[in-house]
Design a protein around this ligand. Structure first.
Ligand code: UD1
Length: 421
C-alpha cells in the first residue's frame, strides 16, 4: 500500500485547480440508468471512487468510456442486461446504493447489496427504502441484498424525510422523474450536489422544482433523453485546499472556488482570522503572521458546516490559540483522526460526538495511519505545518477523493511525496 511522506515547511504560494465534485459525480453517473440515450459528464474528477462506479455501471450492462484522461465520462445505458449490484463492488463504496432508485425506475426490479458497515458510522438505508416504498416499491432484505420491485411502476407521492439525507434525497429524486404523477420530497437535502443532480436531470427532460430548498417537487415524465452536463466544483476539495494556507501560512488561490459552495465554512475561517477574497478565477486565501484563533464548529446538513470538512478543520484547530469545541452531528464515529493527530502532539479530548482541541504552538511529525477519506487529508494538512517528517500510511482512502494530491500541494511549495508500495 502506498504511503505519503510530508516534511513540514513554511508558507505556501500559488494557484490550485479544484476538480469536479466526487459526490456529485457519484450520483450523476447512476442517473444514466434512467435513459436509453447517452449521458456525458464533463469536469469529472479522476478518482478511484469514480472507477468503482464505472465498474458497477458496467456490471449492469452500461457502456462507460473515460475520455480526456478521465475528465469526461461518456455513458450509455442502452442495454441494461443485469439487475444485480453485487456485494463485491458495493462494499467498496456506499454510494453504490444510488443505483437502486434509477434501476427500479428503468427496469421495474433490482437487487442491490447492502453496503455494509462503514468506518465513520452505521449509515443505514432506511430513509432510501421508506421513500422508494412510498413511490410503490416493494423491498425485502434477503442474504444481505435488497430485493426490490415496483409492480406497475413508480407512482408519485408525498414523502417526508425524517432526516435530510443526501443519498435518500438523490435516490428518491431519480426514481420520481419517471413516476406517474407528482412527487413531493419534504425535508429534502439542500446540498449543491442535489442541485447539480436536478440540473442534469432537467437537461435530460425531467420536470423538477425546488431543488436547493427543503421541498422538491417532481412531475413525472414518460422518458428521459440524453444530455451533456458539467459536474459542479467539489466544495470539499475546495475547503480542504483553502485550509492549506490557513495551516501553513502564505497565499493560495483556489481556481474555480465560489463562496456560495462553502459559506458556513468561510464564516469560521473569518472568525479564526483567515482572509478569504473572491477573485475573477476563484477564492484567494491568506494567512499572514501569527497563530489562528480557536473557533467552535458544529457540523450540520448544508448550508451548515459540512461534516466532510470537520477533520481538516480539526487539523487547523490543533495549532490555534485557545480551545475549540468541534461537535459532530451527522456521523456518530467521525473522530478517528483525533488519536492520529494526538500522536503528532495535538491536545484533543473526545467525548461522544464532541472533541475539545487545545491548540499547541507546533505539531511534530510522526508515522500515522489514514482511517478514512477526510481523516487522511487532515493528517496531510497537519503534517505540512508540523516539525519534521510525517509518514501517512494506508493512503488508498485518499485516492478515493483527492486527485493527484501530492502534485497539487507540491505545486504550492509543500514537501510531499508518494512512496509506492
Ligand atoms: C453523503 C456524502 C458524504 C457526506 C454525507 C453528509 C456522497 C457520496 N456522500 O453521504 O460524503 O459526508 O452525505 O453530508 O454524496 N441516514 C440514515 N438512514 C438513511 C440514510 C442516512 O439514518 O437511510 C443517516 C446516516 O447514518 C448519517 C446521516 O443520515 O448519520 C447522513 O447521511 P446521508 O446524508 O445519507 O449521507 P450519505 O448520502 O451517505
Amino acid at each position: 500500500m502506498d504511503s505519503i511522506i510530508v516534511r513540514g515547511n513554511g508558507p505556501l504560494k500559488g494557484q490550485i485547480p479544484i476538480a469536479g465534485a466526487k459526490n456529485a459525480c457519484l450520483t450523476l453517473m447512476p442517473a444514466t440508468l434512467l435513459s436509453e440515450e447517452p449521458l456525458t459528464l464533463t469536469n469529472a474528477p479522476r478518482l478511484s471512487d469514480i472507477a468503482t462506479m464505472t465498474e458497477l455501471l458496467s456490471s449492469l450492462g452500461a457502456e462507460v468510456s473515460s475520455l480526456q484522461d478521465g475528465k469526461v465520462q461518456a455513458m450509455s445505458s442502452h442495454n441494461i442486461n443485469n439487475h444485480v449490484a453485487e456485494y463485491d463492488i458495493v462494499r467498496k463504496m456506499r454510494a453504490s446504493n444510488l443505483v437502486l432508485g434509477p434501476m427500479l425506475a428503468r427496469l421495474g426490479h433490482a437487487v442491490v447489496s447492502l453496503p455494509g458497515g462503514c468506518a465513520i458510522g452505521a449509515r443505514p438505508m432506511d430513509l432510501h427504502i421508506h421513500g422508494l416504498e412510498a413511490l410503490g416499491a416493494e423491498i425485502e432484505l434477503k442474504d444481505g441484498y435488497l430485493h426490490a420491485k415496483v409492480p406497475g411502476g413508480f407512482k408519485g407521492a408525498e414523502i417526508n424525510l425524517a432526516f435530510a439525507s443526501v443519498g435518500a434525497t438523490e435516490n428518491i429524486l431519480m426514481a420520481s422523474t419517471l413516476a406517474k404523477g407528482t412527487t413531493i420530497i419534504n425535508n429534502a437535502a439542500r446540498e449543491p450536489e442535489i442541485v447539480d443532480l436536478a440540473t442534469c436531470l432537467r437537461a435530460m427532460g425531467a420536470q423538477i422544482e425546488g431543488d436547493g430548498t427543503s421541498r422538491i417537487e417532481v412531475q413525472g415524465v414518460d422518458r428521459l433523453h440524453g444530455a451533456t452536463h458539467p459536474v459542479v466544483t467539489d466544495r470539499i476539495e475546495l475547503g480542504t485546499y483553502m485550509l492549506a494556507p490557513a495551516i501553513c501560512g502564505g497565499e493560495v488561490e483556489c481556481l474555480g472556488g465560489r463562496i456560495e459552495l462553502v459559506g458556513a465554512f468561510c464564516e469560521k475561517l473569518d472568525e479564526a482570522g483567515i482572509h478569504v477574497e473572491e477573485t475573477a478565477k476563484g477564492l484567494k486565501v491568506s494567512r499572514k503572521n501569527g497563530r489562528v484563533r480557536a473557533v467552535d464548529v458544529t457540523t450540520e446538513p448544508f448550508p451548515g458546516f459540512p461534516t466532510d470538512l470537520q477533520a481538516q478543520m480539526m487539523a487547523l484547530m490543533c495549532t490555534a490559540e485557545g480551545t475549540s469545541v468541534l461537535e459532530e452531528k451527522i456521523f456518530e464515529n467521525r473522530f478517528m483522526h483525533a488519536p492520529e493527530l494526538i500522536r503528532m502532539g495535538a491536545e484533543i479530548e473526545v467525548h461522544g460526538g464532541t472533541a475539545t482541541v487545545t491548540g499547541v504552538e507546533r505539531l511534530k511529525g510522526a508515522p500515522v495511519m489514514a482511517t478514512d477519506l477526510r481523516a487522511s487529508v487532515s493528517l496531510i494538512l497537519a503534517a505540512m505545518a508540523a516539525e519534521g517528517e510525517t509518514i501517512v500510511n494506508r493512503v488508498y482512502h485518499l485516492d478515493r477523493g483527492y486527485e493527484r494530491v501530492e502534485e497539487k500541494l507540491g505545486n504550492l511549495g509543500a514537501h510531499i511525496e508518494r512512496v509506492k508500495a
